[in-house]
Structures are given as structure tokens and as C-alpha cells.
Design a protein around this ligand. Structure first.
Ligand SMILES: *Cc1c(COP(=O)(O)O)cnc(C)c1O
Length: 340
């Protein structure tokens, strides 16, 4: 099985680094923690959507699209990476941003990822929370098509079987890095949302018979719903690859204990994870995704679920640009002081 026959627009900085987190591992006193740096994919502050967009944007180009359209939450990292990818390809980009949090904070609404969407030339429109956003997007796309535009629509998070190929590729990339270093891995952990990352990874891991367990830490949906979304997309991805049936339902595991009050609402455990990664490892997490994923990792180590003697890889899916949209969640007034 190989990926080379799928259209792909190479743009990400790959392979992303795989690094050992000595200070975090020592602080927690449990397993050896490594990090796969998909926050370093290179496109406009990086992140996991770039791998998916390599396959999606190649398809858009082949179909002769002049505009791409996508949707996400206000501080969507996917929207920002799509805007940047479209700019690089000389395509127009229009984004529907769903107000999932109801925040009136000016940074949340105009800084962080939203500022970058606009810097890359994309236009945005705001939608009320709770709508069927993919349906709203198709309506907006039809309006543009009626004006003669060739529109390619990308679902939220870039999560369809085409986008998930990017994470099948990431599974291969990680296995190659493990093999090159003679490194056994007991678990891979990452944040899971629109499901494409976990679906692609589990398909790649199962198709290669890697036997490395994968845990997705949820950021929105309840466990049963999240696992069902991932499983269905993994099946579609395996079909596309010609290896139907490699993923079993029980291979898909999500832990949704770290969502807190809801999607995009910062949690205490996530803010603690942000501080620990920043102060111990100089790595930036984001409050919406990677911090909740890391909070799950940290808590499961503290509870002894992941133990000394094991080796865990945390896949960092990016999102640091959102920090500037969430300044209100942090209080660092006490860091302003005179020395001594
Ligand atoms: C989108 C996103 C995720 C979740 O990936 P999915 O493929 O949507 O499950 C995790 N982390 C960050 C920073 C993201 O932007």
C-alpha cells in the first residue's frame, strides 16, 4: 500500500521533528514522553491541517477551482491553514466562522487565527452557533457558483477520506522515525476533534500492522459519538486506500474526560498543561485542542495509567496562534515586577 498515486500538493515541512521531553518526563516521574512536532508543519505557524490540505488542495487544483471555501469555529486553526494554503496557490478563500463560544472578547473575535485568516487574504463571515455548518457552507458555495466561480468546499477540519490521507502519511512517517532510532513506543496520544487526524493515524497504523495503540483525547463530542465519527471516517479512508476492513471498531479509542464546559472553553487542567509545556519544554500549546490533549496525557500519567518504563509519543497538532485569541484566559499580571 502506498500513497504516491493520490494527488498531493507538497507544501508542509516534513518530516516534522520527533523530540524527547526530558524535563516534562522528570517532572511527572512516569513514562518517557516524546513529542511529534506537527506544530512545525511550516505553514503560517503550522499545525495538523496542513498535512490534510496537501491532499485536499491538490484535488481542488485538479478540479479547476478558483475559490476554496471552508468552515470552523472563530479561532479555527483549520481555517487559518486553509487561507494560507489558498494564498500560496493563488486561489481565493472564503471562510464561514461559527460562533461556538459566544465570546465578545475583541482578541477572540479579531486576533489570533482570525487576524491570520485576513492577512492571507481570505474573507470571513460569522454564523450563529449550532447551525449545520457544512450545509451553510454549501449554500454559500452555491451562491458563488451562481456568479460563475468554481468553488471547492472543504468540510470542517478538512476531515474527509481525502484529508485523512495526510494522517495515514503521518503514521508512516512516525513509524519510519521509530524504526530509524530503534525506538519502541507503547502509546501515541493526541487531541481529537473533527476526527480526520485520528482516523488517518489509526488507518495507517493498522494497515502497517504496527500494533502501537492510539488514544484520542476529545475536545467536543461525547465518547461514543467521537469514536463513531472516527471509526466511520477510518473505514472510508481504508476503502479509499484499497485496504477495506483493516480498522476494527475497538481500535478506535477516545477519552473525552477533558472537554470541560465545552468546545473552545479553556479548562484549568488545559491551562496547567500550557504552563507546564511552556515553562519546562518551551513548547506552545493552545487552549482549544493541544492543551486538552496534553491535560489528558498528564492526568493519565498522574493516575498511573501510563507508567514508568513505558514510552509515550504525544502528537502536537499545533494551534499556538489561538493563544493570542485567548489572552483573557491567562492572568500574568504578577510577572510584572522588579528584579529581586
Ligand atoms: C483541528 C485540530 C485538532 C483536531 O484534529 P481533527 O483532525 O480535527 O480531529 C487538534 N489540534 C489542533 C491544534 C487542531 O487545530
Amino acid at each position: 500500500m502506498y500513497l504516491a498515486h493520490f494527488p498531493r500538493r507538497f507544501l508542509a515541512h516534513l518530516p516534522t521533528p520527533l523530540e524527547k521531553l526530558d524535563r516534562l518526563s522528570a517532572e511527572l516521574g512516569g513514562p518517557e514522553i516524546w513529542i511529534k512536532r506537527d506544530d512545525c508543519t511550516g505553514l503560517s505557524t503550522g499545525g495538523n491541517k496542513t498535512r490534510k490540505l496537501e491532499f485536499l488542495m491538490a484535488e481542488a487544483e485538479l478540479q479547476g477551482a478558483d475559490v476554496v471555501m471552508t468552515q470552523g469555529a472563530t479561532q479555527s486553526n483549520h481555517a487559518r491553514q486553509t487561507a494560507a494554503f489558498a494564498a500560496k496557490m493563488g486561489m481565493g478563500c472564503h471562510i464561514l466562522l461559527e460562533d461556538r463560544t459566544g465570546s465578545n472578547d475583541p482578541n477572540y473575535n479579531d486576533s489570533g487565527n482570525v487576524l491570520l485568516d485576513h492577512l492571507h487574504g481570505a474573507t470571513t463571515e460569522k454564523c450563529a452557533g449550532g447551525l449545520d455548518m457544512n450545509a451553510e457552507m454549501e449554500k454559500a458555495a452555491d451562491a458563488l457558483r451562481a456568479k460563475g466561480k468554481k468553488v471547492y468546499t472543504i468540510p470542517g477540519g478538512g476531515s474527509n477520506a481525502t484529508g485523512a490521507l495526510g494522517y495515514v502519511n503521518c503514521a508512516y512517517e512516525m513509524l519510519t522515525q521509530f524504526n530509524e532510532r530503534g525506538m519502541t513506543v507503547d502509546h501515541i496520544v493526541h487531541a481529537t476533534g473533527s476526527a480526520g487526524t485520528q482516523a488517518g493515524l489509526i488507518t495507517g497504523l493498522k494497515a502497517t500492522n504496527a500494533k502501537v495503540p492510539l488514544l484520542g483525547v476529545g475536545v467536543r463530542a461525547p465518547k461514543a459519538k467521537q469514536e463513531e465519527n472516527v471509526y466511520n471516517l477510518a473505514c472510508a479512508t481504508a476503502d479509499k486506500l484499497g485496504c477495506s476492513g483493516v480498522v476494527a471498531r475497538e481500535d478506535v479509542i477516545a477519552n473525552t474526560d477533558y472537554v470541560g464546559d465545552g468546545y473552545g472553553i479553556a479548562t484549568d487542567s488545559g491551562l496547567e498543561a500550557i504552563r507546564m509545556f511552556a515553562e519546562l519544554e518551551s513548547i506552545l500549546l493552545d487552549p482549544v485542542y493541544s492543551a486538552k490533549g496534553a491535560a489528558g496525557l498528564i492526568d493519565l500519567i498522574r493516575k498511573g495509567h501510563f507508567k514508568k518504563g513505558e514510552r509515550i509519543v504525544f502528537l502536537h497538532t499545533g494551534g499556538s496562534a489561538a493563544l493570542f485569541g485567548y489572552q483573557f484566559a491567562f492572568d500574568y499580571a504578577d510577572r510584572w515586577k522588579t528584579a529581586g
